[in-house]
Design a protein around this ligand. Structure first.
Ligand code: AR6
Length: 176
């Protein structure tokens, strides 16, 4: 499923983000950039040790912020590492932090001159964010960004399972 907002196509795909050939893939990292399970583990496994070496140099990334490394052995030229919030009931500024994770990743991609980017469903695994609200915030952040910024031509949300895909497609339909 896809829709065009201003100059940008926002699309949903059901597959493994490590296969993406967009200019950048986004990693749902932790604030120490230490690697882990889920999409983080998959990206480091597929991308090879060069990515972790760069993460160690950078040292860390606060929740809601984003940093960039090269893509190692991935098809994507860059990995943008962002840190979503751990969901703790919704009263710890989680919504703003999740939106910021998307917006700051997009700002970094635009600053680098990139034209395409693939996101996983940040905070939707280990970090426990309710899926429908996470899907809404993810898409709303991207749509708001592309209304003001025309640099990025494709934003792809790469969703691992059908359940999350269905939440994203339901929320995307509401924004069209
Ligand atoms: N491609 C696309 N999506 C994937 C893939 C993949 N290869 N693998 C998993 N997902 P998670 P978080 C989906 O837990 O909630 C790590 O240990 C997964 O099904 O990866 O932000 C980090 O180091 C889920 O929908 O990220 C952090 O400590 C989504 O990606 C912590 O987990 C995000 O799940 C971050 O937790």
């Amino acid at each position: 499923m896809q829709a065009k907002f201003n100059q940008t196509i926002i699309e949903l795909a059901r597959r493994d983000i490590t296969e993406e050939s967009t200019d950048a893939v986004v990693n749902a990292a932790n604030s120490r950039l230490a690697g882990g399970a889920g999409v983080d583990g998959a990206i480091h496994r597929a991308g090879g040790p060069a990515i972790m070496a760069e993460c160690r140099q950078i040292g860390g990334c606060p929740t809601g912020q984003a940093v960039i490394t090269t893509g190692g052995n991935l098809k994507a030229r860059y990995v943008i590492h962002t840190v979503g919030p751990v969901y703790q009931g919704g009263t710890r500024n989680e919504a703003n932090l999740l939106a910021a994770a998307y917006t700051n990743s997009l700002k970094l991609a635009a600053k680098k001159g990139l034209q395409s980017i693939s996101f996983p469903a940040i905070s939707c695994g280990t970090y426990g964010y309710p899926l429908q609200e996470a899907a809404h915030l993810a898409l709303k952040s991207c749509v708001e960004f592309v209304r003001e910024n025309t640099q990025i031509q494709i934003i792809r949300h790469v969703l691992f399972d059908q359940k999350i895909y269905n939440f994203f497609s339901g929320e995307l339909r509401k924004l069209i």
